[in-house]
Design a protein. Structure first.
Length: 259
């Protein structure tokens, strides 16, 4: 890592720190509930987030709006590397949440105080009924397998997991986000794919296999308000909300691990 990230391990500590910051900075500082102290947060808020966060962040966005009725939250979801490219080219966003630390680091000073807020691991996804008879990572070499592209966090993690297992896999396609991998597997266009554990929760069109070594390849997710955010007050409040007890409960409900 090129920068040091704060791990949001203790929500109580995070909340206390944010509350103290609010007292020092004045009425415009957001609290850990995602609300501004002494001043309403409003306007449009654009959140760029990794594709694997779409379900959780849709729910977090709704909860944040419930707490801050004057804020309209819009989520843009794609592979983290794709989103970083757009941000570096000037896309008008307020918050960025990446599926790994490497892509957050690419933003350098454009990301304000990135903080880890969640973690995730990989599973093998197969169509319901497992027509390819996949049981282990080694089986991926003998069936039609789709993977994330190596520049995408799920692709980098997949490459590490496969390499650790001593397996060589020739992917039928390399996708730009984990959602595309899961879509192809669910449609039966592939016998298997590596996706995040959170992506397959609650789905009846795929089955999952937890491969050996998955617990040793963990993606840690950082979030940051952006230095050129059009709505900086709401951006800071949203980040605080994600780190709050309520935000962390929503992420846990969607299967994400602690930072």
């Amino acid at each position: 890592m090129s920068r040091t990230l704060r791990r949001a391990v203790s929500v109580v500590v995070t909340a206390a720190a944010l509350a103290l910051t609010g007292c020092a900075a004045g009425a415009e500082s957001p609290t850990a509930t995602g609300e501004a102290s002494g001043s309403a947060v409003g306007g449009e808020l654009t959140v760029y987030a990794a594709a694997s966060l779409s379900g959780a962040f849709d729910e977090i966005g709704a909860a944040f709006t419930e707490a801050n009725p004057d804020v309209e939250v819009s989520g843009v979801y794609d592979g983290s590397s794709t989103l970083v490219t757009q941000l570096l080219e000037g896309a008008p966003a307020d918050v960025f949440a990446s599926a790994d630390e490497a892509n957050m680091d690419k933003l350098e000073d454009a990301a304000v105080d990135p903080t880890l807020f969640a973690s995730n691991t990989l599973v093998i996804a197969v169509p319901t009924g497992n027509p390819g008879g996949v049981e282990t990572l080694a089986d991926l070499a003998d069936v039609t397998t789709v993977l994330c592209a190596p520049e995408v966090p799920c692709g980098a993690a997949s490459a590490t997991l496969i390499s650790n297992a001593g397996v060589t896999v020739e992917a039928a396609s390399l996708e730009q986000n984990v959602t595309a991998v899961l879509t192809k597997v669910a449609a039966g266009e592939a016998d298997a794919g590596l996706v995040y554990a959170t992506d397959a929760i609650g789905r009846d069109d795929v089955e999952v296999i937890v491969p050996d070594g998955a617990d040793e390849v963990v993606n840690h997710y950082p979030i940051a308000a952006l230095s050129e955010a059009p709505n900086s007050a709401a951006a800071k409040a949203f980040v605080a909300f994600v780190l709050s007890d309520k935000g962390q409960r929503i992420l846990a409900d969607f299967g994400f691990g602690a930072p």
